[in-house]
Unconditional design. Structure first.
Lengths: 162, 477, 611
């Protein structure tokens, strides 16, 4: 139990760091970390398939995308950041209210699916899941990472030289 | 046997990046050429593949669950052809060995991605391979590293990420329903479970993700900027096959194998298709940039594919696949020619071009062939596929759509004629006296593609019975 | 297998030669000539090898009965051989005649293409394939006329429009025939006449007789005679067009439709034939130019063939077909003599000629033989075929016979005038240095002239070997048309007519004092002179009449057109561009905007599917 508590706490800390940090790059890395911890939680909850998806998708793919994208932008100065935050506040002050109102409305409508959910899957070893069931996907992810590496090499290496 | 289509490029990439880089840099072009030729020959005559037995060693511990049907074969063939054209174009335009090497690496990875897309039968694997293709395309769009290219790459990645997120959420919802991610089990689960909000929204979200990838209106924002700002070879690649595979093919496969042809999905496809055709054509008419016009024309032509799909009949499906094939070929040809024009004149702005047919007769001629095929002029290949689509619409009772589709092909003719007139015909400008025909490296792929267009048009009865109708017969499979 | 390849080679060989000349030999006239000669020679050899064999070639093409099928049998082999022979001889002639002329290269390209298409027309056993080659001939016809002198382009346009319109009729006819019979394979079509089939018959006939240059589709031929290169005249209007047109006409009348004596269509054909004979020959009579005079005869003689085939009786049909090959022989030879005269004296205007017979004896002799043939003097070939046509015409009605004989009278008269004016009489001073033409120009003339004699004296050769099988035993009904005509009354009448023509000529020359004015008494006869005046001013040219009507219609149409144009060019374009501009305005390049669209689209799609 105590392990779970610690993991959950770390999870929240990672999530907070992701949101609060001002560097986009760090934020993206934080996101990857958060989802990695989330997948650990899923493993602990006996759902290895979901865990593998979470791990591969969020910490793998999306991170590569985000990091590559962010690398294309140039960092803002401190002043610009502050100005940007202020502007954002002025623009989006309505957003929290909308979210709250939407949440209440949705909770009033019953949208729970009427379908029968499949039985929780039997416990599977992560190795079995990864190698026997999801072989193509693992291979695909390796290739994506490879592609990401190529992207960084091709697009950014020479830039740094300049 | 077909898993070698994934393994071969993968091993090539690894081999290319082993030590002896200097040697490998010299070999890169040849290796890529060979890989693509192997793919094409494997599709054209499967009996020649002598390695099918040898690769069983891999099969013993790699259990790739690939299934290849006629639709996949048509796609694999297109992929081979278009990538070959892109490779030639890049090779011709760029001399730098290092850059060719980089390009070849990413091209091979994209090849893996697209081959995977057309062969997998699992929705999550599909997503993975889509991602490979998307990341690879993104790198290539920014390949030239100028501001426009980065902006285009950025737009592409943003909308691609949106599509990714949509697709993932849809997969998650479908996973709730079926508990598995393979096409057949999801399809079964959808048939047995009652119609619910959950399923409908999962379907809607997935379809929208595909629409974004295919660049259909109103999901097309990234397309024109990307096509026009990308380097020439990458435009060839994107317009020729990437968009078609990740968008149109995925849509065909998912609707056909997973969601099934329900009336609501059909009418959605028809509406989106017809909007794309008309607005794409109208937008193309107003463009004054060679590549931008081609980009909007792409939107319009993909609309035809979706329209054929929306019929929900075997004939419509066959027409969609055939048009997909034709569009790959003629759009690749047009982009190769635009690359030639851009290389020789330094611009793709049609206002600055005129009378190029005197200096570049070959390019002008092949462009005319491709344009006429696109506009559906008999006996070129494009005519037959449009005819099949319109016939399918008519036989399914969608008279209004059929009529609009016919009228829109007049618009197609209009913008292609204005393109030909502005770029190739008319008076030659005085300052363009030094322009000459592009070299063999560009003429060769253009010639091959033009020959394919003419040959497919002339031998249409043979083609339709051998390749296209069997591809349409996958209906519901 | 090998014979099928040879069959295809008949079409492919001239095509390849044409392409070779067009692309490779462009700058080398010698090579061009050699290529053309060798291609026509090879073609001739092929035709001889394949003669007497029956071959079918079949390759599925579009489906729905539209297949690439060729068929060689006795009739088509005969025509193929004739075409091959003429094309070789005329190629030989052209080598000298065309040397040094501009557009040499183009001439040979069109020449060989024409040969390929003509072979294709004769061989094809599918109406669609036939139409394809037929239209190909239209293009080469245009090209060959257009490379003549300055006016040639206008004449070419005229020919193109006339032949194009009739080809259009034929196209409709072919569609109709295919619809009625359910097949496009010529050898399988066998339709009874009546109703729609009659319409199809007429439409097809229009195509066939227009190709052979009959009235009222003739008016480009005299113009082309003046402006197009001369070997063209000897090759196309004199030989090829007669062979192809009459070949197709015979196929239509005998094989595809069952034309019989009782049909009004038979009468129609005979009327067309008779009118063509008499009107064209009247025009020929008053011409004062060697080539133009011949060109009217080229039209007039078609009348005999159409009349003969139109009679639908065995004698007439055999006569018509025999006349087709005879006419191709003597008419092309006559044009060749015209070319020889033009080459040596530089003119074909009869007023500037005269007395050159002594300077060019061989040409003169060839002219005499062929002129006697065309006038129908025994024992030359023209006599026998004309007698057969007379026989057929007499069986169907006196009026047709009378017109045909009258035509013969004028033919003889006009050739007496032509020969007298060109070759006899006083030699003009500037022609003192005229010499005989070179051997390779003489050879074709001599060969053809000899053939005229052979086909006359040994007329059982063509009649029994070549023409008999076309009708078949059952249709011939045991008749044997070879040898000297049986009906002596007809022969007597013909001879009397010929003598009358001779007397008329002698009388006229004596009165008017010169050979060239020998036809003036007919030209200036009370009623005729008014008609002739108008004809010379092209009052009766169907092309000009058609053009005038077209011009008036187009004026009215122009007004309607302007209104419709406004809708298309102004209204629709404006609307389109309004839309286009609006769409362009919306694409402002902002990706957040594009994102918003996508999300809106998502909501709409979701709403649509969920509803």
């Amino acid at each position: 139990m105590s392990v779970d508590i610690i993991i959950l706490f770390t999870f929240i800390m990672a999530a907070l760091w992701t949101v609060m940090t001002r560097s986009l790059l760090r934020s993206a890395i934080g996101l990857a970390l958060t989802s990695a911890i989330l997948s650990i939680i899923m493993f602990r909850l006996n759902s290895p398939l979901a865990a593998v998806f979470e791990l591969s998708v969020c910490s793998g793919l999306i991170s590569v995308l985000f990091i590559s994208t962010i690398s294309l932008t140039h960092p803002l100065t401190q002043k610009e950041v502050l100005e940007h935050m202020r502007e954002r506040l002025a623009r989006f002050w309505l957003l929290p209210f909308i979210v709250i109102v939407l949440g209440i409305t949705l909770s009033l409508i019953d949208i729970r699916p009427v379908i029968k959910l499949p039985l929780p899957e039997t416990v599977k070893d992560v190795r079995v899941v990864l190698w026997n069931l999801r072989q193509v996907d693992v291979m695909g992810q390796i290739i994506i990472l490879l592609t990401g590496v190529f992207g960084v090499v091709i697009l950014f290496k020479e830039r740094v030289k300049k | 046997m077909y898993s070698s289509l994934i393994l071969l490029p993968f091993l090539s990439v690894i081999a290319l990046n082993l030590p002896f880089r200097n040697l490998m840099k010299k070999l890169a072009f040849v290796v890529c050429l060979l890989v693509l030729l192997v793919q094409i020959s494997l599709i054209v005559c499967p009996s020649i593949c002598i390695w099918s037995n040898d690769l069983d060693i891999f099969g013993s511990f790699l259990q790739f669950n690939f299934a290849v049907d006629n639709l996949s074969r048509v796609m694999l063939f297109c992929i081979g052809i278009v990538l070959l054209a892109a490779l030639f174009v890049q090779r011709y335009i760029i001399d730098d060995e290092e850059r060719i090497f980089n390009f070849v690496n990413v091209l091979l990875l994209i090849l893996i991605g697209m081959d995977g897309i057309v062969m997998v039968r699992d929705i999550f694997s599909l997503y993975i391979f889509l991602e490979i293709t998307a990341v690879g395309s993104f790198i290539l769009i920014g390949f030239n590293k100028d501001v426009d290219a980065f902006e285009a790459a950025f737009k592409y990645i943003i909308l691609s990420v949106v599509a990714t997120v949509l697709m993932l959420s849809s997969i998650a919802l479908l996973l709730i329903v079926s508990g598995s991610t393979s096409f057949s089990s999801i399809s079964d689960a959808l048939k047995t479970s009652p119609d619910s909000l959950l399923i409908s929204s999962a379907v809607a979200i997935f379809l929208c993700a595909c629409f974004i990838k295919a660049g259909l209106i109103p999901f097309h924002g990234w397309l024109a900027d990307t096509y026009s700002a990308a380097p020439a070879a990458v435009s060839v690649l994107l317009a020729g096959i990437v968009t078609k595979t990740v968008g149109a093919y995925t849509l065909i496969r998912i609707v056909n194998s997973v969601f099934g042809f329900e009336s609501s999905i059909n009418s959605l496809l028809l509406v989106i298709g017809i909007i794309s055709i008309v607005i794409g054509a109208l937008a193309a008419l107003g463009q004054r940039d060679f590549k931008r016009m081609l980009a909007y024309s792409s939107i319009s032509q993909v609309g035809y594919i979706i329209l054929g799909l929306g019929c929900g009949t075997t004939l419509g499906l066959a027409g969609a696949v055939f048009h997909l094939f034709n569009h790959s070929i003629f759009k690749t040809l047009l982009f190769v020619n635009s690359a030639a024009v851009e290389l020789e004149t330094g611009t793709t702005d049609m206002n600055g071009l005129s009378g190029l047919s005197k200096k570049m007769p070959f390019t002008a001629m092949t462009s005319v062939v491709a344009s006429l095929s696109a506009a559906g002029i008999p006996p070129l290949s494009g005519f037959w596929s449009k005819l099949i689509i319109i016939m399918a619409l008519w036989m399914s009772g969608f008279y209004v759509y059929a009529v609009i589709a016919i009228l829109a092909s007049v618009l197609t003719l209009a913008y292609f004629l204005s393109l030909q007139r502005m770029v190739f015909f008319g008076r030659l400008k005085e300052d363009s006296a030094n322009i000459k025909e592009a070299g063999l490296g560009l003429m060769f792929p253009a010639l091959i593609l033009a020959l394919i267009i003419v040959a497919v048009g002339l031998f249409f009865p043979f083609i339709i019975n051998t390749f296209i109708l069997p591809a349409g017969n996958i209906l519901g499979g | 297998m090998i014979d099928k390849l040879l069959l295809l080679l008949l079409i492919i060989l001239p095509l390849i030669a044409a392409v070779k000349i067009l692309i490779i030999f462009r700058k080398f006239p010698k090579l061009t000539e050699a290529a053309a000669l060798s291609a026509t020679l090879l073609n001739l050899l092929l035709a001889i090898i394949l003669f007497k064999s029956e071959i079918r070639f079949f390759a599925p093409w579009l489906g729905w009965g539209l297949d690439f099928s060729l068929r060689l049998y006795h009739f088509s082999a005969f025509i193929i051989l004739a075409i091959a022979g003429f094309s070789f001889l005329i190629a030989l002639y052209s080598v000298v005649f065309m040397r040094g002329k501009p557009c040499l290269n183009q001439f040979y390209v069109y020449f060989l293409l024409t040969l390929a298409f003509a072979n294709g027309v004769v061989l094809s056993d599918n109406l669609l394939i036939l139409l394809f080659f037929w239209e190909g001939l239209l293009l080469t016809l245009f090209g060959m006329i257009a490379i003549g002198n300055k006016n040639a382009f206008q004449v070419a346009t005229k020919a193109f429009i006339i032949v194009g319109i009739t080809d259009l009729c034929m196209m409709i006819g072919i569609a109709l025939t295919g619809y009625l019979s359910g097949t496009m394979a010529i050898s399988q079509i066998n339709l009874p006449l009546g109703g729609l089939a009659s319409l199809a018959f007429i439409l097809l006939i229009i195509g066939a007789i227009s190709k052979s240059g009959s009235m009222p589709f003739h008016s480009w031929i005299p113009d082309a005679a003046m402006d197009a290169p001369l070997p063209f005249m000897a090759l196309i209007p004199a030989a090829f067009e007669k062979l192809l047109g009459i070949y197709f006409l015979t196929r239509i009348c005998l094989d595809m439709f069952r034309l019989n004596v009782n049909s009004w269509l038979s009468i129609l054909l005979m009327i067309v034939g008779a009118v063509t004979i008499i009107l064209a020959v009247m025009m020929a009579l008053i011409q004062k130019n060697y080539k133009r005079l011949l060109s009217y005869h080229a039209i007039s003689q078609v009348g005999y063939m159409i009349l003969g085939i139109g009679t639908a009786v065995p004698a007439g049909i055999v006569g018509g077909l025999f006349h087709m090959i005879n006419n191709a022989l003597y008419k092309s030879c006559l044009f060749l003599t015209g070319g020889a005269v033009e080459k040596q004296t530089g003119t074909t205007n009869l007023e500037e000629l005269g007395g050159i017979g002594s300077k060019m004896p061989v040409t003169f002799i060839c002219f005499i033989i062929t002129a006697l043939s065309i006038s129908g003097v025994p024992p030359f070939n023209g006599f026998f075929s004309k007698e057969l046509v007379y026989d057929g015409a007499l069986q169907r009605g006196n009026i047709f016979y009378i017109i045909a004989v009258l035509g013969s009278f004028f033919t003889a008269a006009s050739f007496l005038k032509l020969g007298h004016a060109a070759f006899l009489g006083k030699l003009q001073e500037k022609n003192n240095n005229v010499r005989e033409v070179s051997f390779s120009m003489l050879l074709p003339m001599i060969v053809i002239a000899l053939l005229c004699i052979v086909f006359g004296v040994f007329n059982y050769l063509p009649l029994n070997k070549l023409i008999g099988p076309i009708l078949g035993e059952s249709r011939l009904g045991g008749h044997n048309f070879s040898g000297f005509p049986v009906n002596m009354k007809l022969v007597v009448v013909s001879v009397v007519v010929l003598i009358a023509a001779l007397l008329n000529h002698i009388f006229a020359v004596r009165v008017k004092g010169s050979a060239i004015k020998a036809s003036d008494h007919i030209h200036h006869a009370p009623v005729l002179s008014a008609i002739y005046d108008r004809a010379e001013k092209r009052f009766f040219d169907p092309y000009d009449i058609g053009m005038n009507i077209t011009r008036k219609i187009s004026k009215v149409a122009f007004l309607c057109d302007k209104a419709i144009d406004w809708i298309y060019n102004v209204l629709i374009v404006k609307l389109t561009f309004a839309f286009t501009n609006e769409i362009k305005r919306l694409h402002n390049g902002s990706y957040s905007m594009y994102l918003v669209w996508s999300l809106l689209g998502l909501f709409l799609v979701a709403a649509f599917l969920v509803h």
